[in-house]
Design a protein around this ligand. Structure first.
Ligand code: GLA
Length: 405
């Protein structure tokens, strides 16, 4: 009897969904639900087709593409549906109901198929009265909705912030007071569900987000242009220290493949999100990817940086003689620690040309000769520095071995 009680207590303690952490420079309890130890990799339909992509057939076609393109084997697991998947009204018991025209066999039939392919399924909801698109929000239904998601086999819940205060946006509402309600609902739902907070970087979410979600959006919505990509990345450099296994800054869904970014810009977008340890959630039609885009997102070296178990985000560093970073515009020089080395990012922010880095300037390195590899060109060498010819907005992603040779 005593040993049974002891085992039961042990089970409760070991399943505690929080861990002590000093990641923010002070003791805090970070969410530890077993998920998101490294940033999420997957797809979401919003940047591809907004409401039109919230269908069973789009989810299943994406899942099939993940398998046939070899993306699943590289770690792309999450197939996430965004706003507009639901019917406009809850049922008489107050449950969310999938739109029967978009989900003829319901959600569970789709999650079952996605799970059979070895993938995971995500859905979208909202902390307010309605989603941004005007579908039912979870306010007052948090516990019920968490149970519904678990019963459908949902693995990932993106939680938006419309209609939480007065009007469309969250004017007057403090997100830190109501996002934990859904966290607790998911923790008690009976299923591990990744909690993706989407409150657009309000209320300095990066400071407290680690105790609430597995990721938190840190900006307004990404737009399909280089200026938007660059300004989000510039802001991410100022909050890099808050990323850690189990909870990451979310720089928003990718715009690769959507026809506006150049090849150079697609490389930099992907490379920056990878070294900043943002979720990489593709936002384009995965059945129609250009070979050039596919090549970028299948880059094994860059994916290994993104999925490095240390889970620390890179930030800017100032080489001797260079102007200081400002935080409001994209800076060319980035570096961050890896479990087995240092990653350096060089971005041709304002002009094409020769970009070089002296390893002695890089935090975590120093004087001496180091071996390195650049993942887009495949170049490898030993030395005290590395340099690259980069076209406008292109990026070099370099992994440096920590011990001098
Ligand atoms: C907000 C979110 C977007 C998307 C839309 C859907 O704008 O930030 O990512 O989910 O709502 O309506």
């Amino acid at each position: 009897m005593i040993s049974k009680i002891f085992i039961a207590l042990l089970a409760i303690v070991s399943a505690a969904p929080f861990r002590d952490s000093y990641e923010n420079g002070r003791l805090e309890k970070r969410l530890d639900n077993g998920l998101g130890k490294t940033p999420a990799l997957g797809w979401n339909g919003w940047n591809q087709g907004q409401c039109n992509a919230a269908t069973a057939s789009t989810a299943l076609n994406t899942a099939k593409a993940f398998v046939s393109l070899g993306l699943k084997d590289l770690g792309y697991l999450y197939v996430n549906i965004d706003d507009c998947w639901a019917s406009k009204a809850r049922d008489s018991a107050g449950n969310l109901v999938p739109d029967p025209a978009k989900w003829p066999n319901g959600i569970k039939a789709v999650t079952d198929q996605i799970h059979d392919m070895g993938l995971k399924m995500g859905l979208y909801g909202d902390a307010g009265r309605e989603t941004c698109g005007g579908y039912p929000g979870s306010q007052g239904h948090e516990v019920q909705d968490g149970k519904t998601l678990a019963s459908w086999g949902v693995d990932y819940w993106k939680y938006d912030n419309c209609y939480t205060g007065t009007g469309f946006n969250n004017a007057g509402a403090n997100t830190s007071t109501y996002y934990p309600t859904m966290r607790d609902s998911l923790l008690n739902s009976g299923r591990p569900i990744f909690f993706s907070m989407c409150q657009w970087g309000r209320d300095n979410v990066w400071i407290w987000g680690g105790s609430v979600g597995n990721s938190w959006r840190m900006s307004d919505d990404i737009q399909n242009n280089w200026g938007s990509v660059a300004s989000i990345a510039a802001k991410a450099a100022t909050i890099a220290q808050y990323a850690a296994p189990g909870g990451f800054n979310d720089l928003d869904m990718m715009q690769l493949g959507n026809g506006k970014l150049s090849g150079n810009e697609e490389r930099a977008h992907f490379g920056l999100w990878a070294i900043a340890k943002s979720p990489i959630i593709m936002g384009t039609d995965m059945t129609k990817l250009a070979t050039s885009t596919l090549e970028i997102i299948k880059n094994k070296g860059i994916l290994s940086i993104h999925q490095d178990p240390l889970g620390k985000a890179a930030t800017t560093f100032q080489p001797s003689g260079a102007a200081a970073p400002s935080g409001s515009s994209l800076y060319p020089y980035w570096a961050g620690p890896l479990s087995d080395g240092i990653v350096i990012g060089l971005i041709a922010v304002d002009k094409a040309g020769n970009y070089s880095v002296n390893f002695s300037d890089v935090p975590g390195l120093g004087n001496g000769s180091f071996s390195w590899a650049e993942f887009y060109s495949g170049k490898t060498a030993n030395g005290t520095s590395a340099s690259f010819e980069l076209g406008l907005h292109d990026m070099a992603v370099i992994k440096v071995n920590k011990s001098a040779v």
